[in-house]
Design a protein. Structure first.
Length: 213
């Protein structure tokens, strides 16, 4: 039996997640945009069926959804609504990902793309997104709705709080970054050598505080 899934969010990253779903054995049967302006259009050959709000007018119980938007606050809110009305947000792990058997990964809405590595005794909570070739070292904790960009390296013993954003090609040094606060943003290519406070932006080599949100 073919597993069907709907993709929510139509943007530049959507094709990556469509390919992830298909690599995991799903058939993407349609897309949903954040509003109604693109309903009826096609994106990369997939029909845009409606807006997010339209989903609440249908019986979504038992249907599977994949959320592709980059804003983790929006993703968190929509995920909660979908689950409340009986929707399913399966965790999708690309077959090329290398994951220790001692890793704990939530079965709700985690998206792990191609060639990622996740080492032993790491825990990943619901809604986290790992872009291709990111590495999570041993004894890490990713709380809910963490975003890890492509080629990012999260060193051992690092705890990343809810909705933090880890930019592409950044390095969080083992046993030094230690804690990344909630909704913090680590810039692309940053070298993080100490904890990052919540609601702050760091960047540079080594990383320094750029702005507090």
């Amino acid at each position: 039996m073919i597993k069907e899934i709907y993709a929510l969010g139509v943007g530049h990253g959507t094709p990556l997640f469509i390919e992830l779903a298909e690599a995991c054995g799903y058939k993407v049967v349609g897309l949903y945009h954040y509003n109604e302006t693109r309903t009826g259009e096609y994106d990369h050959g997939y029909e845009i069926l409606g807006a997010f709000a339209d989903l609440m007018n249908f019986n979504i119980k038992g249907k599977s959804f994949m959320l592709t938007m980059g804003d983790m606050n929006i993703k968190n809110e929509i995920s909660d609504n979908l689950i409340h009305y009986g929707g399913i947000l399966p965790t999708l792990i690309h077959p090329t990902a290398v994951i220790s058997k001692f890793v704990q990964i939530s079965d709700s809405g985690v998206l792990i793309n191609s060639h990622c590595e996740i080492h032993s005794d790491t825990k990943i909570d619901e809604g986290c997104v790992l872009w291709p070739r990111s590495t999570i070292e041993h004894d890490c904790r990713l709380h809910k709705y963490v975003f890890v960009g492509p080629n990012a390296y999260v060193g051992a013993y690092t705890e990343i709080s809810d909705r933090a954003f880890i930019g592409q090609c950044s390095i969080l040094m083992s046993n030094k970054a230690q804690a990344i606060g909630s909704s913090a943003l680590v810039g692309a290519g940053a070298l993080v050598t100490k904890p990052v406070p919540a609601n702050s932006i760091v960047a540079g080599h080594p990383a320094r505080l750029i702005k507090t949100l």
